[in-house]
Design a protein around this ligand. Structure first.
Ligand SMILES: Cc1cc2nc3c(=O)[nH]c(=O)nc-3n(C[C@H](O)[C@H](O)[C@H](O)COP(=O)(O)OP(=O)(O)OC[C@H]3O[C@@H](n4cnc5c(N)ncnc54)[C@H](O)[C@@H]3O)c2cc1C
Length: 462
């Protein structure tokens, strides 16, 4: 029996980051992972492979749509699907190997296999029982489906199957207009699939700023993606090569059927803790089935903590990472903290979409007085030069104090631009603080400054 200060179960962004921080803080650390490779959902079947596919297909889009205008003439590239999948896999492998290297460097033991927790302070993997003063559960999430929709990962697939299809489908139906559905829908639309997204609600990307939702949907439609909104999927009927998707429109209850070569079920994810033995331990769950934790990520059982997708909050890699670092600090007797008010969200389509903090809708509901500064990328020289004038930056600030309350960006590099607003918010900055900061020209970030200026006396280039 080996004994550790801390054993972390799961090596996704929550688990592996926590393991590294625990080791850096001088704790004897092990991480249990049942998968063949480290890195969890994010590195193996989530963030990283999807971003590789988005990059490759965006390059194709650029070649097909914008190269000729820049004087780059010639035939557009043809798609070698197997090579594209190989490129995606190589990207995954380099990253998962990178975590293996970091584990060795930090002297973290990787215990290979699936863990159960027979009692507090003990972790069982195979026939071996390991002792730990602290146990951190970071077992992540798995795709959720719908009643009547049976996933076979070939014709009716989750995001995992959608990243390894054996060919590009002629017709792809995506159930759910959330982040994963829109990103993977974009990938296949750029590859020439006829993509139809069926969504239960009347707007895409639930919870996002209303203006961004409308503008985003318009731009995706321009890229050839079809939407069926307000539609409740009843069932899928699949053969070995095709499927039918039956849905009812909520407005009149009428039933309709869509034909598909592949159906992607992108209706969200649910916490995963199968086989851990939570029942036997008496670990409490939330009403929504997540592991319940207190402000220090401690579960209802002393010495057992939980972080990442398995607890409440946005299912995002960086949220899991922040909790991973913070819980390591707590376990080491320090003060771990996560500012849940400043967690950005990004959609890596083209244009990108990013947000942080409050939406106008939330502030209205809370009755808080606010002002809005908005700037279109059409007024940004750099964006126009690279065919990326679609979209805008919107900054929301407190009406009285000018303190930044949120930002919503749709446009080029939105996922990077959002971070200057995150830093500003962490420092409690006002919109004027951003507006008075010199921004290099010509950069996309000038649009952020202009939106901040629009919260005051007005932007310059509009
Ligand atoms: C297609 C897709 C795209 C995404 N894109 C993004 C993105 O761009 N940005 C972003 O922020 N988020 C993205 N996400 C979400 C992101 O992947 C998750 O939020 C993140 O991986 C959660 O991290 P985690 O550490 O909580 O769990 P996970 O990454 O799910 O890792 C949990 C690990 O625990 C292991 N495990 C489970 N049970 C046991 C056990 N009993 N014993 C041993 N090991 C166990 C699992 O094998 C897994 O490897 C995406 C997700 C998907 C599916």
């Amino acid at each position: 029996m080996s004994s550790y200060d801390v054993i972390i179960i799961g090596s996704g962004p929550g688990g592996y980051v926590s393991a590294i921080r625990c080791a850096q803080l001088g704790l004897k650390t092990a991480c249990v992972e049942g998968r063949e490779t480290l890195g969890g959902t994010c590195l193996n079947v989530g963030c990283i492979p999807s971003k590789a596919m988005l990059h490759a297909t965006h390059m194709l889009h650029e070649a097909e749509h914008n190269f000729a205008d820049m004087g780059l003439k010639g035939k557009s590239p043809s798609v070698d699907w197997n090579q594209m999948l190989a490129y995606k896999q190589k990207t995954v492998d380099t990253n998962t190997k990178g975590i293996e290297f970091l584990f060795k460097k930090n002297k973290i033991d990787w215990i290979k296999g699936w863990a159960t927790v027979p009692e507090p302070g003990k972790v069982k993997v195979g026939d071996d029982i390991h002792e730990a003063k602290h146990i951190i559960i970071a077992t992540g999430s798995e795709p959720a489906s719908l009643p009547g929709v049976e996933v076979d990962e070939k014709v009716v697939v989750t995001s995992t199957g959608a990243l390894t299809l054996n060919k590009v489908p002629k017709k792809l139906v995506v159930i759910g207009a959330g982040v994963i559905g829109l990103e993977l829908g974009s990938v296949y639309a750029r590859l020439g699939s006829e993509v139809t997204i069926v969504e239960f609600l009347d707007a895409i990307t639930p919870g996002m700023d209303g203006e961004v939702q409308k503008s985003f949907m318009k731009l995706l439609k321009k890229q050839g993606i079809n939407f069926v909104m307000g539609a409740a999927v009843q069932r899928t009927d699949a053969t070995k090569t095709k499927a039918k998707v039956t849905y009812k429109l909520r407005k009149d209850d009428s039933e309709h059927v869509l034909d598909a070569d592949v159906v992607l079920v992108a209706t969200g994810r649910k916490p995963f803790y199968d086989g851990l033995g939570l029942d036997g331990l008496g670990i409490e769950l939330t009403k929504r089935g997540q592991i319940a934790v207190n402000d220090h990520w401690q579960t209802s059982v002393n010495g057992i903590y939980a972080i990442g997708d398995v607890i409440e909050g946005p299912m995002l890699a960086h949220k899991a990472e922040d909790e991973g670092m913070a819980v390591a600090e707590v376990v080491a007797g320090k003060h771990g903290h996560v500012n849940y008010g400043v967690i950005p969200g990004v959609i890596y389509t083209h244009p990108e979409v990013a947000n942080v903090g409050a939406t106008e809708e939330q502030l209205k509901e809370a009755g808080r007085a606010y002002k809005v500064g908005k700037f279109s990328f059409m007024g940004n020289a750099r964006a126009k030069a690279v065919f990326a004038g679609d979209g805008f930056v919107k900054i929301i600030a407190d009406k009285e104090t000018d303190r930044i309350l949120g930002a919503h960006i749709i446009g080029p590099a939105a996922g990077d631009l959002i971070h200057e607003v995150c830093v500003a918010m962490e420092f409690g900055a006002s919109a004027e603080d951003l507006a008075m900061t010199c921004h290099a020209h010509p950069t996309y970030s000038e649009a952020v400054r202009e939106a901040a200026l629009a919260c005051g006396d007005g932007p310059i280039h509009m």
